[in-house]
Design a binder for this molecule. Structure first.
Ligand SMILES: [Zn+2]
Length: 68
């Protein structure tokens, strides 16, 4: 039986007939995907929308420039 090392926990699991491969179990598959997804969501602020305060500051800065 070919064995494959689970990328999440490192445990060797059967490759053949393993519907969760390359993970050893559904748990590892979900946990690993969850960790990956979390990382994706915690990516920096650039894509998040600005707060009213930030928009206000930008507007003030732009207004100030126009007056000069
Ligand atoms: Zn595992």
């Amino acid at each position: 039986m070919p064995l494959v090392k689970c990328p999440h926990c490192g445990k060797e699991a059967e490759f053949t007939g393993n519907e969760f491969r390359p993970f050893c179990s559904e748990r590892c598959k979900l946990l690993d995907f969850g960790a990956w997804a979390d990382e994706e969501y915690s990516l920096p602020s650039e894509s998040r929308s600005m707060t009213d305060e930030e928009i206000d500051q930008i507007e003030k800065a732009q207004a100030g420039k126009k007056e000069e």
